[in-house]
Design a protein around this ligand. Structure first.
Ligand code: PLP
Length: 435
């Protein structure tokens, strides 16, 4: 069987409109100076006829690939029938369908009892709602977040985010959050859950009683550090004993990226609150959810509001995605196999160069030691038509976020390009001693 390989084209000659009219805040477009026109499955096309293999998937927003035919058809049918596009938070067929399907396909089989809150449609708003609710319910202010955590760009969520350059954009103090060391932060010998437990148990540690502990099971932007099940169970236990709510931010690691629908499945914890966004709509449409135990549903009507809480088009595609991918085990079996393939290949690359890998499931990367080397690798990949990005405090992790529906052979072909690019970028590959 022949594999279609990427076919990159030269950078677009004329970027004047962007330089003239688009804010310099743009970021991804800088490392991928093409003008994209269409996308299908794992492929993106530019306006010069180039074809790119997408190993970024909108930062895990396109887990089911671009324009999946089943999702696209559901949306086209809905629009053709003049279905409600915007309805604030009014009851609509699309919303009822989503809630019923979510209950049937996701909650019941996992024995989870959550209420769903439709927040503003971005991840950061789901996090804002989660921490607001935790503070309201507990009457406490402090949120414990972790080193290298990423939770969004609005002030409350940004206060929970670790990255200094992102935090600097706030322009006001980001407070009421303590950043404690994540699993493995001080190396394999130090149990950071034990450190947290000691600080919370010590009335003189200076750490206030927390409203919530906010955690990613795999840190998507912060370097693909994956928490161990034991550590996560300790954190859940600490939260419970100290009267804090456990919030799992599953915006990037959820929706199948780490294997199950929720990233904490099989880890022996049931969070009090869960946030979802990115791949929830399945088609890249904005849609975020905050889930919580029914007893925590202490909001006043409209207390956390938003014009776009009823993105009905996203309800339609999300429902189609739940039915198509999550009604049986096939998709999860495929993702587990692809995740194992990805792990094997990245481990091979790491072993060749004395490096290490990070992550879990289809959310993995290779630590190449510096942001400069990582950029050289992603640039070399892009020159061969593979769209790939970095993660971590120094952007030192090259991260593979391929669509979960990717054909195994295409995944391998893309990883071949990554492997060559790693070889080309690392001096050790040429027998030159690295500094
Ligand atoms: C992307 C992300 C967010 C923020 O989502 P936006 O839609 O960009 O606001 C929050 N938490 C995690 C873990 C994320 O990956």
């Amino acid at each position: 069987m022949t594999i279609t390989l990427p076919q990159p084209t030269p950078a677009i000659p004329d970027t004047a409109i962007y330089e003239r009219r688009e804010s310099v805040v743009r970021s991804y477009a800088r490392s991928m100076p093409r003008q994209f026109t269409r996308a299908e499955g794992v492929w993106m096309r530019d306006n010069q006829g180039g074809r790119y293999l997408d190993f970024l998937s909108g930062c895990s927003t396109l887990n089911y690939g671009h324009n999946h035919p089943v999702l696209k058809q559901a949306l086209l049918d809905y629009i053709a029938a003049d279905g409600i596009a915007h309805g604030l938070d009014l009851h609509t067929d699309a919303k009822a369908d989503f809630l019923e399907t979510f209950e049937e396909v996701i909650l019941k089989p996992r024995d989870l009892d959550y209420r769903a809150m439709f927040t503003g449609p971005t991840g950061t708003n789901a996090v804002e709602a989660a921490i607001k609710l935790a503070r309201k319910v507990t009457g406490r202010e402090l949120v414990i977040a972790f080193t290298n955590g990423f939770h969004g760009m609005t002030l409350g969520a940004l206060a929970c985010t670790g990255n200094a350059s992102k935090r600097a954009g706030a322009g006001v103090p980001l407070n009421h959050v303590a950043h404690e060391p994540y699993d493995g932060y001080h190396g394999p010998e130090v149990d950071t859950a034990e450190l947290l437990e000691r600080r919370l148990a010590d009335p003189s540690s200076g750490l206030d009683a927390p409203a919530a502990i906010l955690v990613e099971t795999v840190q998507g932007e912060g370097g693909l550090n994956a928490a161990s099940p034991e550590w996560l169970r300790r954190i859940a236990d600490i939260a419970r004993r100290h009267g804090a709510l456990l919030i799992v931010d599953d915006i990037q690691a959820g929706c199948g990226r780490t294997g199950g629908f929720f990233s904490f499945e099989g880890m022996g914890v049931t969070p009090d609150i869960v946030t979802l966004a990115k791949s929830l709509s399945g088609m890249g449409l904005p849609f975020a959810l905050t889930l919580f135990r029914p007893e925590l549903d202490q909001w006043l009507p409209g207390e956390h509001n938003g014009t776009f809480r009823g993105n009905n088009h996203a309800f339609v595609t999300a429902t189609a995605a739940l039915r198509h991918f999550w009604s049986d085990r096939q998709f999860q079996t495929d993702v587990a196999r692809r995740g194992a393939l990805l792990e094997r290949r990245l481990d091979g690359m790491a072993a060749e160069h004395g490096l290490s890998t990070r992550g879990r499931g289809m959310m993995r990367g290779i630590d190449v030691g510096s942001g400069e080397i990582a950029e050289a690798i992603t640039t070399a990949c892009f020159a061969q038509g593979v769209i790939i990005e970095t993660s971590g405090a120094h952007d030192e992790i090259v991260k593979v976020l391929a669509p979960l529906v990717i054909d195994d052979a295409v995944l391998s072909a893309g990883l071949d390009i990554l492997e060559e690019s790693v070889r080309a970028a690392l001096p050790a590959a040429y027998g030159v001693a690295a500094e």
